[in-house]
Design a protein. Structure first.
Length: 142
């Protein structure tokens, strides 16, 4: 094999590898884009997620919804693979009952710490840096 053939083969392998990397990004982002979710479970045992309205909607590269008392929003990135990151997030500054405020702070902290995501059995699972599920959402209707 000549040097030119080696370079051509190497270029083809690198091009294929980069396309695979891009393909890995598409499925996660495509699955999230245009979806709406309601918090169903989280790692906090002291607060029941059903007691507070916490939602997440993914549209146009942004995440937003209700964080308990307030509304929040900001950019998100999904991919490559199951990688996930949200933020920086902004929100309204309304006050509410203490349990709802605690839930809101906890949710926003956990969302900011999420580093991967997957959709299994109709649930969106956001995981922390160690791979532990920290936020679990169920699909929400219109």
């Amino acid at each position: 094999m000549t040097n030119r053939e080696r370079r051509s083969t190497l270029a083809a392998v690198l091009a294929a590898a980069s396309l695979l990397g891009l393909a890995g990004c598409a499925p996660t982002g495509a699955k999230l884009e245009g979806t709406r979710w309601r918090l169903a479970a989280w790692t906090l045992s002291s607060l029941a997620p059903g007691d507070v309205a916490i939602t997440a909607e993914f549209r146009d590269g942004r995440i937003g919804g209700r964080s308990g008392v307030n509304t929040y929003g900001g950019p998100y990135v999904a991919g490559p693979g199951d990688a996930f990151r949200a933020g920086p997030l902004m929100g309204t500054l309304m006050a509410g009952p203490e349990p709802a405020m605690r839930a809101e702070r906890a949710f926003l902290d956990l969302l900011g710490q999420a580093r991967s995501c997957r959709i299994e059995d109709g649930r969106l699972k956001l995981c922390d840096e160690g791979g532990g599920e920290s936020l679990v959402f169920e699909a929400a209707g219109e």
